[in-house]
Design a protein around this ligand. Sequence first.
Ligand SMILES: Nc1ncnc2c1ncn2[C@@H]1O[C@H](COP(=O)(O)OP(=O)(O)OP(=O)(O)O)[C@@H](O)[C@H]1O
Length: 754
Amino acid sequence: MSKESSSSRLAPKTSQHESNENELGTSLNPINFPPPRTPLNSIPDPSQYSVQESELIRTATNRSASDKSKVILESNASVGLSHATPRFPARHHGRAHMEPSSVQSTPARSGGSRYSLSGRGISSSSFSRVTRGISAMNHEFSVEVPQFELVDDPLFWNYHNVQVLIRIRPLSTIERVSQGYARCLRQESSQTLVWLGHPETRFTFDDVACETISQEKLFRVAGLPMVENCLSGYNSCMFAYGQTGSGKTYTMMGEINEVEGKLSEDCGITPRIFEYLFSRIRTEEENRREERLKFSCKCSFLEIYNEQITDLLEPSSTNLQLREDLKKGVYVENLTEYNVTTVNDVLDLLVEGAANRKMAATNMNSESSRSHSVFTCIIESQWEKDSMTHFRFARLNLVDLAGSERQKSSGAEGDRLKEAANINKSLSTLGMVIMSLVDLAHGKHRHVPYRDSRLTFLLQDSLGGNSKTTIIANVSPSNCSANETLSTLKFAQRAKLIQNDAKVNENASGDVTALQRQIQQLKGQLSSLMKHHNQSRSPSSGGSRFEESRLRDNFMKYSFSEEEKMGDKVQNEKVKCLEVTLLGALRREKMAETAALKLEAEIEHTNRLACQREEDAQRIKMMLKFREEKIKQLESLVNGSVSAEKYLMEEIKALKEEIQLLQARIDRNPELTRFALENIRLLEQLQLFQNFYELGEREALLAEVAELRDQILDITEGKGEISSRYEKKDNDTVKELEDCRDLNSKLMRYLSII
Ligand SMILES: Nc1ncnc2c1ncn2[C@@H]1O[C@H](COP(=O)(O)OP(=O)(O)OP(=O)(O)O)[C@@H](O)[C@H]1O
């Protein structure tokens, strides 16, 4: 459905602006933003604009021709009259021509769509009419606004879990006509901006994207790192916040066009995220082929409208319910999910969902979006390493919020009144949740009212939970929207204080079978090592035992023949040194033996843990069954088919059983992490053991022993010669011989240990 405008539809804008007053409203206008603006309902038909507009823009051009450090803006980048993104023009059309000004027409709520689609029931002529937003008529006009390059910081997410980015959109034609080029914002750097009202207020954010930022650059700063986070197993969420017409949908979706297999320049963050995601997936799978890495992605698209959830990919599924599950967390029951493998699959879903998205026209804004949309992709991966199967998953939520302007009920009746209240409910609860989280971050004890609205309940992980979250606060720089812009900046400032606790969703030991397989393998390796070890110690192998026994023989010979020959003190000292070295080497071997035994014990222990874990899985299954039964009972209670008394009795019984199970879990918690850690330790020990045998440690030891043996033989022979020279056996010599005997017997004792 196209988003054409009509002049008659402009009238309600007055009430929008009047109703835009937030808590600061009264102190702001009109004193601080002269000249007093023309009431929007008095703006003439766009066809009459040319003279006024030329005049306005000429003035602006004259005002600002000299400063070279500034950037000529607005030459072709001012937002069109309509506050409506050409959400989803045809994917197979080129970028359409932009209309100089546009008129709005609000489709009826029931059948309407926020998105313009061609190739999906809309003719290409209507498509080209709605593919605007940036007026093409302003080439000759310019106004200077400082431009700041955003810097990609690849390390940002290493230290943060929340990113707040402000995006200032270019002035729209209607704003220029109404307030000229007067702006309520002055950007000072790529992180700071000043709100120019009274009092002037400076804000600092992670990033402030100026009016000229390209969709591509914005993606590089906010979207690309999000993909990387998801691939690393972090849940990620991006919210687009801001008043109606501030550019939320332009930012998130933009113009979904594909030309010759490439996304159009105006394409928003969401399609770019998926283009990049699939290219990364392909590379990763290719690079880690030997690990058999495989990704799978499934997407869903829902709308929360009037506190009711509708499946945008199956619009007959309305009023879907939120459920909570131990494993899945909060989820939408019966929401359809599609497996996607290419960016085209995702684009199809986006276009289809967008076509189904509801839009409500109220007297506050003829193109106002009243609903929140959530596009979710679950990215799962699986690979094999160290004979274990590793699983990783991440949930990516891309949320286009309803317009944040205060919606007064003026003029709204019946359903529309209820709708306004419910939209306020989701957005006001979002505000409350953020306030509570800020309090929590300041150490105050606060209840966080996630459950007070569908939006916050569904996205609770993204707010203060297990997620890396980006909030893009969209603002208009025009004086017309000064109050709403301030309100958005304040919201963003608060959001910056949220503290999330993102964790990698990975389960390396989740597969008990893989674990058991690994244990078996380790056992096999260990026993073959032990066998090898024993063989190498047998006399026939010529290993250390053999060496040692030869050594012992030599010592024996030495001890018996030396009685009458030994007498050299220096030589004796040398022998003592050698004795110490030899004992050290033998001790090392003994230690390796002990380590092998320990390893065996560890394997036993790991085996026990695996059994415990299986038992625990059984218990969890039981608990899930209890939960399901409880839900059924609650439903029966609500239906009135079960009396409260009976329900309570059942409940008590079920709770007792659950307590027993929980008790059992506490008593015998196998601790999944411990399990994985044990396994890693086991592997390391095995590695050490293998190294001992395979990397030559053992050989080195044997060589050392052989060397010692030779040295001792040399000494004993030398001593023989020396002693033959000593014919006279004086007392000293006798004493030394006794020392040698002692030494011999000591060595014999050590050697017999082996
Ligand atoms: N950065 C931008 N550059 C050029 N045009 C923009 C930019 N941001 C928004 N626009 C244009 O401004 C108009 C309003 O934007 P958009 O529809 O995205 O606002 P919105 O915040 O999603 O409004 P709503 O709450 O009604 O959904 C559209 O025509 C869009 O193309």
